[in-house]
Ligand binder design. Structure first.
Ligand code: ADP
Ligand code: MG
Length: 410
């Protein structure tokens, strides 16, 4: 285990950043919120996207956390969420590596482990026939099938999906298997609404039906095509979705999409609204899929309406910029993240990644160099147009919760 002093960044970082401070610094902007650590140029550093958004200091509460492996991204988040829990903020964490268990335990919560053959079920479809629910369900089914078909749905297919979703909504809470049924055997009324025959409509929706059916009968069977497990709710300070059983499976993007769709329906239910963080750690594992990325971008935009601050964790912007079958869609996602996230927490990066980040965010040459030299546990915070070089200070309790090196040093 290293000593605390080894987290101190080399002194030239602050000197470089000081020289680069062409941007204005508003004195009060980082004085509210949970304490994070030390701004190496200005003293203590606090941050709270909710109050800063309410005060008009941020135009959106979303955050992106970037940086190489082992730089302190997850450690920062764990301490940030723990400190926010003390402020009454809830969190929903998508945890592809299964590393948030100790934090959950500290908050008295058991992670929800989603895996094939497991006991947890999440129905990603919303109940009801309101335009919002039907649109959400149609968009979800389209994203799931576009992901597995690895292409966009044709207009005929997309229309068949919307009609099937509307048919399935007539029962109680629809399941994915009800949508499959409605696609395979469309109603005469659905066909008539398009001035076509049931035979033609069956043909239009058949490929989509077969793909969706695989989700109900294949690898992912049982997890998303059944009523949600009793007692699974957003009550309590934190929900951790442990996906470690699926990290390297092709299905992980679909899984996260279904889980976030379920979350979206829970967030609009009547009842007290908590301010909530939705954290996607290791987001590269799902955002390489173009269809999933597109869907995700839509749900990211709904954050403000739902009282949610999204936090997306990536190694590098290129994770979303170049991966995926559809380059332009992935590029649009990267651009969307930049447009829709006002707060960036950037840990150390390689030369190439730092120059990519600097281009995307309009960082100065000095800031770009800082990103290549910054020490573990220190990050360049970009809030709106302002920069802060912040050393994150973890308490001994938080260090124990965040220790992902345990397996390496044992
Ligand atoms: N600010 C910090 N102070 C002390 N230790 C830290 C700090 N940030 C990270 N660490 C330690 O470094 C290791 C790797 O950090 P982690 O957050 O898991 O990396 P990442 O998520 O960037 O891959 C962890 O064991 C963690 O305890
Ligand atoms: Mg991590």
């Amino acid at each position: 285990m290293s000593t605390a002093s080894s987290w101190l960044p080399p002194v030239h970082e602050s000197t470089l950043l000081g020289a680069a401070m062409a941007v204005p610094v508003a004195a009060g902007v980082v004085r509210s919120g949970v304490p994070i650590g030390h701004d190496l140029l200005r003293g203590s550093f606090c941050f709270d996207p909710f109050t800063q958004y309410a005060a008009g200091e941020l135009s959106n509460p979303n955050m992106v956390v970037l940086g190489q492996i082992g730089r302190g991204k997850s450690a920062f988040l764990k301490s940030f969420l723990l400190r926010n829990a003390a402020w009454g903020r809830a969190a929903f964490v998508v945890d592809p590596k299964g590393e948030y268990g100790p934090l959950a335990a500290a908050l008295g919560v058991t992670p929800v482990a989603l895996r094939p053959g497991g006991t947890i079920r999440l129905n990603p479809l919303g109940a009801g026939t309101t335009p919002e629910v039907l649109t959400a369900n149609g968009t979800l089914v389209a994203a799931l099938t576009e992901s597995t078909l690895r292409r966009r749905l044709s207009p005929r297919e997309r229309t068949a999906v919307d009609l099937a979703v509307a048919t399935a909504a007539r029962g109680s809470t629809p399941l994915l298997s009800n949508v499959v049924e409605a696609l395979l055997i469309p109603s005469p009324a659905a066909a008539a609404s398009l001035a076509t025959t049931t035979r033609q409509l069956t043909e239009d929706g058949r490929d989509v039906a077969l793909e969706l059916r695989r989700m109900c009968t294949g690898d992912l069977a049982g997890m998303f095509d059944a009523p949600t497990t009793d007692g699974l709710s957003l009550d309590g300070p934190m929900v951790v979705l442990d996906l470690s059983g699926l990290l390297h499976s092709d299905g992980v993007g679909l899984l996260v999409t279904c889980a976030l769709a379920w979350l979206g329906h829970q967030l609009v239910r009547p009842g007290p609204r908590l301010q909530r963080y939705v954290v996607l750690d290791e987001a590269w594992s799902i955002l390489g899929d173009a269809a999933v990325s597109r869907w995700f971008q839509g749900s990211w935009k709904l954050a403000r309406a739902r009282g949610v601050a999204n936090i997306c964790v990536l190694h590098r912007l290129a994770d979303v910029d170049t991966l995926g079958a559809e380059g332009p869609a992935a590029k649009a996602l990267a651009a969307g993240l930049v447009a829709d996230s006002e707060t960036w927490v950037i840990f150390g990066q390689s030369h190439d990644d730092a120059s990519h980040t600097a281009r995307a965010l309009g960082l100065s040459g000095v800031e770009e160099r800082i990103l290549q030299r910054v020490a573990k546990g220190t990050a360049l915070w970009r809030i709106g147009g302002m920069s802060h070089l912040v050393r994150h200070q973890l308490t001994p309790v938080e260090l124990a919760l965040a220790n992902t090196d345990a397996a390496m040093v044992r």
